[in-house]
Design a protein around this ligand. Structure first.
Ligand code: SAH
Length: 236
């Protein structure tokens, strides 16, 4: 069964957005994945079709109502639907390449895009929503986060990416950031391509790339570097 995303949002026109182009757009046309949107506002009950209300306890902003979101979720996903139920949320567990692989192997995902100050906690608990964050910053809504997450997942769905080898050395796949890339021209503004890359010696090229990947990771991402070194220790 091809991967299917069911997206709950107040802005359904934002989808597929960038996912309708390039690699993911082609995959969408080929039926390798599909999506549907659910307009949360369709489940509002008052004549103004409001979906939010003031926070209990006071404070700034508005909160997405639990009852309305619960009805929207029920409309799009049966209780026995096996797909993970995800809420895009800055409070969530950070999204990783590992989670992207897991999702790419699943039948899809039900994705709730928050807005305002967030979502009433009771619907998160009652519908067992998994909170996922795309980074330590605040977006104005969950849509851009959902698009980011889906982009990372879709390219991993079998058949979507032509060159499988290119995925294997990519940043995060090996626990390291990827080595730098070069292509023509051979000299750009006085800077030549590193000699080893034009040597044709595959062993030396591999060693150079690995040492560059290690250097970049050590310099830029001490967190990844520590995990990588510790992993190595386990093997030894
Ligand atoms: N008041 C909240 C932020 C709300 S931002 C807080 O301080 O935690 C509004 C919505 O945007 C959120 O409900 C969520 O769906 C989405 N969002 C914002 N930043 C995000 C992030 N880093 N990752 C995933 N979703 C995010």
């Amino acid at each position: 069964m091809a991967f299917k995303a069911s997206i709950l949002t107040l802005y359904p026109d934002m989808f597929p957005g960038p996912l309708g182009h390039s690699l993911s757009g082609r995959a969408l046309n080929q039926g390798l994945w599909s999506f549907e949107t659910c307009q949360i506002r369709d489940y509002a009950t008052d004549k103004h079709r409001s979906v939010d209300d003031t926070p209990a306890g006071g404070g700034a902003g508005m909160v997405l109502r639990a009852d309305i979101l619960a009805k929207a979720i029920e409309s799009i996903a049966a209780t026995e639907d096996p797909r993970p139920r995800i809420l895009m949320s800055p409070r969530g567990r950070p999204f990783t390449q590992r989670r992207a692989h897991e999702l790419a192997e699943s039948p899809g995902a039900i994705i709730v895009c928050g807005r305002f100050e967030g979502v009433d906690q009771r619907v998160i608990d009652a519908r067992d929503l998994e909170e996922i964050s795309v980074g330590d910053y605040i977006l104005s809504g969950g849509e851009a986060a959902a698009l980011t997450m889906l982009d990372a997942v879709i390219r991993l769905i079998p058949g979507v990416m032509g060159n499988v080898a290119s995925a294997e050395t990519e940043s995060f796949e090996t626990g390291l950031l990827e080595h730098p890339h070069f292509t023509r021209p051979s000299v750009f503004e006085g800077m030549p391509i590193p000699e080893v890359l034009t040597s044709g010696n595959h062993k030396l090229i591999h060693e150079w790339r690995l040492s560059e990947a290690e250097r970049l990771t050590r310099e830029r991402r001490p967190d990844l570097w520590h995990a990588y070194v510790e992993d190595d220790d386990d093997v030894d």
